[in-house]
Structures are given as structure tokens and as C-alpha cells.
Design a protein around this ligand. Structure first.
Ligand SMILES: [Zn+2]
Length: 244
């Protein structure tokens, strides 16, 4: 078994069938994150035919300004899914500062529901790591999954104390920061992710199928100085331990 704890099934387009075949054949437990409600409904439908795909409902921070007017409408979708994601804040890629209050409002709505319904969260933190840490402390969230962390190490240490897990993504071996993060993280808090097919293209121009998680496991094993199989099994048991 392998783990892809942050993927987007609606990003594969015409390659979706191939991606799903890989997920089935390689037994990759996949958290299918959503950008918005339409994206969640799409992923939920896929999950009905592929039990390795676990649909997660969230409003991505890039979509928050379009959705902040209809938040209460989302409660039923939140209740039915096991993980809320992709949610979070992005003060790095989102340059329109007037969107930040809406982004905060949407994120806080999901945090409130996560606490109320005892849901695991899948959180985007880009450029907002310190603020996310404060939110996680305030809402006392259960085992948040921090997606593709790239903030500073002091905040990372604090997030670890809050019980967070961290997904290591496709830039391992290409980013000194990611390699350093893997070095620092305890093995029992590490998960793997691909973040859709285009993230690897962003890193090295190759289209990223879900099987890329095997390369990530191999590189984690190398940095940690352990065998590939041991890294694979620890990451699998970290995922199983989330008790989705
Ligand atoms: Zn994502």
C-alpha cells in the first residue's frame, strides 16, 4: 500500500482513467481534495467506483472569494466526508489583498465545522504559516494534515507540537528546503502526496501520475537512511493511524 494524502482528481482530464488504474493497481490510498463544491461532487462520484479514492470537501483559498456568501449551504457536505480539504490560507500566490478577509472567513468556517464534527483537515499554508498555527491552536484541531509545507522551521516545530502530519510532495530531491524538512520531521509524522499531475511538471517538466509517490518514498528513505520498504510501511501506518 502507498499513500497520496493530497491529490486532485479533477486535474487529470483525459488522463483520469490512467491515473485511476495506477491508484488501483499500486494500491495508493488517495485523499482527493477539492477546489470547490463542483470539484467535490466530481471526486465523490469517482470514489464510488474506486475505493482507494477518499473524497474530501473544502473550498481552496484561491476560490474563497467566490464562495464566502454561501457558507451555511456547505454543512451537509462537510458532515458526509471524512476529511476537509483543500482549505487554508495563501498570502503568497494570492496577490489581491482585498480577498484576504474573505479567505479568512471561509477558512474559519471550515475550522469551526472541523471542530464541531471532529473532522481531519487538509491545510494549505503558503505564506500564512504563522497565522495557520494560531488558528490550529485556537480550534484545537485533531491531527491536521499540513500540505506541502514551505514555511520556517520554528513554526514547523510548533505545528508538530500540535499533532500535525506533513505531506512531502514531488519537489523532494529538487528543493533544499523540502529535503531539510524531511530531515527534521519525525518519521511518524510524514505522509506523501502528489498534488495533482501538474505539480511535478512545475518541478521538472514531467507529467505526474499518482505512482510518483513511490519516488517520493524512495527519496524519503534515502534522506532518513532507511530501507525503501521500511519508509513505505511507516508512511502507510501513519495514514492508517489517522483512522479516517
Ligand atoms: Zn492542492
Amino acid at each position: 500500500m502507498f499513500v497520496d494524502s493530497h491529490n486532485h482528481m479533477d486535474f487529470y482530464g483525459k488522463n483520469l482513467k490512467k491515473a485511476l488504474d495506477i491508484i488501483r493497481k499500486d494500491d495508493i490510498r488517495t485523499l482527493g481534495c477539492s477546489m470547490n463544491l463542483e470539484s467535490y461532487i466530481f471526486t465523490k462520484k469517482i470514489s464510488e467506483e474506486n475505493e482507494n479514492v477518499i473524497p474530501c470537501f473544502g473550498i481552496h483559498p484561491w476560490e474563497a472569494h467566490k464562495n464566502c456568501g454561501r457558507l451555511d449551504f456547505f454543512d451537509d457536505y462537510i458532515k458526509e466526508c471524512k476529511v476537509l480539504g483543500e482549505i487554508g490560507l495563501d498570502y503568497y500566490w494570492v496577490l489581491e489583498r482585498e480577498r484576504y478577509p474573505k479567505m479568512d472567513r471561509v477558512f474559519e468556517y471550515f475550522l469551526d465545522r472541523a471542530r464541531r464534527y471532529d473532522k481531519i483537515t487538509n491545510i494549505h499554508t503558503k505564506g500564512a504559516e504563522q497565522k495557520i498555527l494560531e488558528y490550529i491552536k485556537r480550534y484545537k484541531l485533531r491531527t491536521p494534515i499540513i500540505h506541502w509545507y514551505s514555511g520556517d522551521m520554528d513554526v514547523l516545530e510548533e505545528l508538530l507540537k500540535c499533532g500535525c502530519f506533513f505531506t512531502i510532495s514531488v519537489d523532494i530531491g529538487y528543493s533544499d528546503l523540502t529535503d531539510e524538512i524531511v530531515d527534521i520531521l519525525p518519521l511518524d509524522r510524514i505522509l506523501t502526496e502528489t498534488d495533482g499531475p501538474n505539480s511535478l511538471e512545475w518541478v521538472n517538466k514531467r507529467y505526474g501520475y499518482p505512482g510518483e509517490v513511490k519516488n517520493i518514498v524512495r527519496k524519503i528513505a534515502h534522506i532518513k537512511g532507511i530501507q525503501y520498504e521500511e519508509a513505505r510501511d511507516i508512511i502507510s501506518s501513519n495514514f492508517t493511524g489517522l483512522k479516517l
